[in-house]
Design a protein around this ligand. Structure first.
Ligand SMILES: *[C@@H]1O[C@H](CO)[C@@H](O)[C@H](O)[C@H]1NC(C)=O
Ligand SMILES: *[C@@H]1O[C@H](CO)[C@@H](O)[C@H](O)[C@H]1NC(C)=O
Ligand SMILES: *[C@@H]1O[C@H](CO)[C@@H](O)[C@H](O)[C@H]1NC(C)=O
Length: 271
């Protein structure tokens, strides 16, 4: 395991700047908007493409479908040389919420890991996702107020860990709001809280991270008891502020994960 300083050096040697990462993330959004996979860049013959955690091909995946882009937001990880992008298409012919992690080596995308959700997926409601996502502030955090990578990652991990271990101390913020599918655990007010309806006995494993300290964000792609899932966190002052989830239910996953996900809904406070 390379130390962080060594990773940073490596990324810089590879020209892994925020500008480079932003251009690549933007190319995914442009490809999605155009329905033209060949706009995604820079790829090579060896670029690995996974959709909903299964090997797939760029040419036959979601990018071949043009989507009206109502919202997109990317976080850029110059340490690991990776990006995460959230895309919401709510006002087109068929609604979608897409999440993608891109990983780079030598300025080429080595892996594109894409989660695609639509009607029928976990609490899916692209209109709701769009409304809430637009209201939230995921903007740049002033340099003196930024949390370290370790603090941001630990906050996301603690949230993921509490699903299987109730002794874990999670740095809950107040307010803190969860956007799941299209459902919100609050109303955008000062009393929103995230420590509601957390099931037990569910393992969130196989975690893959993209961290952007400038916006306090950590994206974690993980297996939610076998179900392809994305949890993204905004951390402010070491505490959780926002949680976004994308969960692929359509005919996938195992019974345990589905029951766990249903368990959450029944425990949600009435609103
Ligand atoms: C993606 O989001 C950025 C920032 O909000 C915006 O400027 C850009 O136009 C969006 N792209 C598309 C294709 O909508
Ligand atoms: C989806 O979300 C919108 C906006 O929050 C809401 O008006 C609508 O009722 C929701 N639809 C469903 C089916 O829950
Ligand atoms: C559960 O979390 C607590 C607090 O972080 C930790 O001490 C304990 O080792 C964890 N238990 C397991 C089984 O991981």
């Amino acid at each position: 395991m390379l130390a962080t300083a060594a990773l940073v050096g490596l990324a810089q040697a590879q020209g892994c700047t925020r500008e480079f990462l932003k251009a690549a993330a933007d190319s995914f959004v442009a490809a999605q908007q155009a329905g033209n996979p060949s706009l995604l860049a820079p790829v090579s013959a060896n670029t690995v493409y996974h959709e909903n955690f299964k090997p797939a091909t760029l040419a036959s995946g979601i990018l071949k479908t043009p989507l009206k882009i109502d919202h997109n937001r990317s976080s850029l990880d110059t340490t690991l040389c990776a990006t995460y992008t959230e895309i919401v298409s709510a006002t087109g012919s068929k609604p979608y919420v897409v999440g993608v992690q891109l990983f780079f080596t030598n300025q080429v995308i080595t892996k594109a890991d894409v989660l695609v959700t639509t009607t029928g997926d976990w609490l899916f409601n692209a209109t709701g996702t769009l409304n809430w996502a637009k209201k939230e502030d995921w903007g740049t955090i002033p340099e003196g107020k930024r949390d370290s990578r370790a603090v941001i990652k630990a906050a996301g991990d603690a949230y993921a860990d509490i699903f299987s271990n109730k002794s874990v101390v999670v740095p809950w913020g107040r307010p803190c709001s969860r956007l799941e599918g299209g459902m919100y655990t609050g109303n955008g007010g000062p009393n929103d809280r995230c420590d509601v309806g957390i099931p037990s006995g569910v393992s969130l494993v196989d975690r893959r991270y993209v961290i952007d300290e400038t916006v306090g964000a950590v994206s974690i792609f993980l297996s939610f008891s076998g179900i392809p899932d994305s949890h993204e966190f905004r951390v402010e002052g070491g505490k959780l502020r926002f949680v976004h989830t994308i969960t692929v239910m359509n005919g996938r996953g195992n019974g345990k994960g589905k029951r766990a996900r249903r368990g959450m809904i029944s425990k949600e406070p009435a609103r």
